[in-house]
Design a protein around this ligand. Structure first.
Ligand code: ATR
Length: 267
């Protein structure tokens, strides 16, 4: 019996219960996944309650992805690197923090475009943004050898800092990227630009980007961001934010249940 849940504020509109109930069913496991609304001053108390109630683990969402760090006993590598946790596993009363965002992204890429990473040596990738989500994705991509990996950000110092951590990445200022856009085989928006309620905003125009390019957005609300609409108009290949959301959830579920589950999003 797996007792699972999500802590955050707000949590009421989360799709996580649907996803995890679906995973439990498909894996033939018994369990539950609850939404736990947590106010700022009760984080520690609520986490202790989950441990005492015998929870196997929980997800963490805004605004606690960083704050939860000092309540944990240890961190897995990606959580440590990103300085943020979206998944906690409770084992023998000990709390271990993970971040499944980067792995979830790469898994969604593999599911939709199975050959892309096999041919990474010939591929040029543009990562837009240098925040927490970008770091998680950069960490996973850096494990493959690419023809070119570029990170671009509104503020150059953060792009530069990311490229210090991940050797293959070359930094560039966002406003200087326009002439190069046509060169990339994969463009990933990791910023919040285009997210509800500012869905008319677009991080970069895709002028000059051809149909062989995969354009991907980690924003999933709305599903059709301005960037992805522009990509469709230009005949580009698409990767939606909800696909990353699905696979980061599946990764969390696998951590809690110690199982490898190859559930495809399409089914
Ligand atoms: P997350 O953890 O979700 O990645 P974050 O760490 O706050 O969030 O990072 C947000 C990213 O979106 C950053 O790369 C940020 O750029 P800056 O480092 O220059 O702040 C980027 N971002 C947010 N709003 C932006 C905007 N209006 N234009 C360009 N980039 C923006």
């Amino acid at each position: 019996m797996y007792q699972l849940g999500l802590i955050g504020n707000p949590v009421s509109h989360s799709k996580s219960p649907d996803l995890h109930h679906n995973f439990l069913n498909r894996a033939g496991l018994k369990g539950s996944y609850e939404l736990v609304h947590v106010e700022e001053d009760e984080l520690q108390e609520k986490v202790e309650e989950l441990v005492n109630q015998g929870f196997s683990g929980f997800n963490v969402t805004v605004p606690y992805k960083e704050k939860v760090l000092n309540l944990l006993d240890s961190l897995e590598e990606s959580a440590e690197l990103m300085g943020s946790v979206n998944t906690v596993k409770i084992e023998n009363g000990k709390l271990v923090g993970y971040n499944t965002d980067g792995k979830g992204y790469v898994r969604s890429l593999i599911e939709s475009y199975p050959d892309f990473l096999n041919q990474s040596k010939h591929k040029r990738v543009l990562l837009i943004g240098a925040g927490g989500a970008a770091k998680g994705i950069a960490h996973q991509l850096n494990q493959y050898l690419f023809h070119d990996l570029m990170v671009t950000n509104r503020s150059y110092d953060k792009a530069e800092a990311l490229s210090h951590n991940f050797a293959q990445f070359r930094p560039m200022l966002l406003e200087d990227i326009s002439v190069m856009k046509g060169q990339f085989d994969l463009i990933i928006n990791t910023t919040t630009v285009g997210m509800y309620p500012s869905e008319s905003e677009q991080i970069i125009s895709l002028e000059g980007v051809g149909p062989s390019c995969i354009v991907s957005d980690i924003v999933y609300k709305p599903k059709w961001t301005a960037l992805l609409k522009d990509a469709k108009y230009r005949g580009c290949q698409l990767l939606f934010g909800e696909s990353m959301l699905y696979y980061q959830a599946l990764n969390s579920f696998e951590i809690w249940t110690n199982r490898q589950l190859n559930f495809n999003l399409m089914n």
